[in-house]
Design a binder for this molecule. Structure first.
Ligand code: AP5
Ligand code: MG
Length: 213
């Protein structure tokens, strides 16, 4: 099963993608997590990506597409994956489609986690992220078992550099401009499904699993 998670920054794409990955036994592939792991490890890719991420801007397509195609070509992705944060522009979606078509393959579902901007700004300040495994928590809504420590891998949880209020607003603007057109793109392909992202994490996941079967 090949799934794309769509939705604004903070809508809950990563949270739902992780739940899907665990339930269906497919890898959770997040371009944001790949970039953050590279920043943490001080790689050249990380340094380049950070310039854009810290401003709330998108990393250029050439760089992002290469990273994503390399990742999904790995053995663990051969039976499917859940993409979180990719594609984010029409050109990225076209490159992915072309790569899949060449192998006689296609995306099964593009799930839009729909949440209005007001909900999002509130959520972001409470988010805590694990830069080691990509897990995400919220200090109030989805707290880790032990404060500041990741439930999944035991590493330290941090506030992301791009979760400052003014950067969040910029990311939302970029989303509406460059990423939202993907909803129409996938609707046209007949694979778009929408879930209400303002519900609790469990309710959203129940809606997702009802779609996926
Ligand atoms: P990325 O890491 O993808 O960030 P994003 O799209 O801005 O989305 P977020 O991770 O902020 O939110 P989310 O939807 O995953 O929400 P979450 O589940 O954490 O990208 C970061 C940057 O990398 C980009 O700005 C860009 O620069 C670059 N980049 C990445 N991919 C790129 C690409 N393809 N092209 C170009 N550039 C790219 O949830 C948010 C919070 O709410 C959490 O605290 C969570 O615990 C909580 N929460 C989740 N669900 C619920 C719920 N139902 N109720 C209450 N709280 C909830
Ligand atoms: Mg995320």
């Amino acid at each position: 099963m090949k799934i794309i998670m769509l939705g604004a920054p903070g809508a809950g794409k990563g949270t739902q993608a992780q739940l899907i990955a665990d339930k269906y036994g497919i890898p959770h592939v997040s371009t944001g997590d790949i970039f953050r792991a590279n920043i943490k490890n001080g790689t050249e890719l990380g340094m380049e990506a950070k310039k854009y991420m810290d401003q709330g801007l998108l990393v250029p397509d050439e760089l992002t597409v290469r990273i994503l195609l390399d990742r999904v070509a790995k053995e663990d992705c051969k039976d499917g994956y859940v993409l979180d944060g990719f594609p984010r522009t029409i050109p990225q979606a076209e490159v992915l489609d072309q790569a899949l078509t060449e192998r006689g393959d296609r995306i099964d579902f593009a799930i839009d986690v729909d949440a209005p901007d007001e909900n999002i700004v509130k959520r972001m300040s409470g988010r805590r992220a694990c830069l080691a495994c990509g897990a995400t928590f919220h200090v109030e809504h989805i707290p880790p078992k032990q404060e500041g420590i990741c439930d999944r891998c035991g590493q330290e949880l941090v506030l992301r550099d791009d979760d400052k209020e003014e950067t969040v607003q910029k990311r939302l603007d970029v989303y509406h401009e460059q990423t939202q057109p993907l909803l129409a793109y996938y609707e046209k392909k007949g694979v778009l499904r929408t879930v209400d992202g303002t519900k609790t994490m469990q309710e959203v996941f129940a809606a997702v699993t009802a779609l996926l079967g």
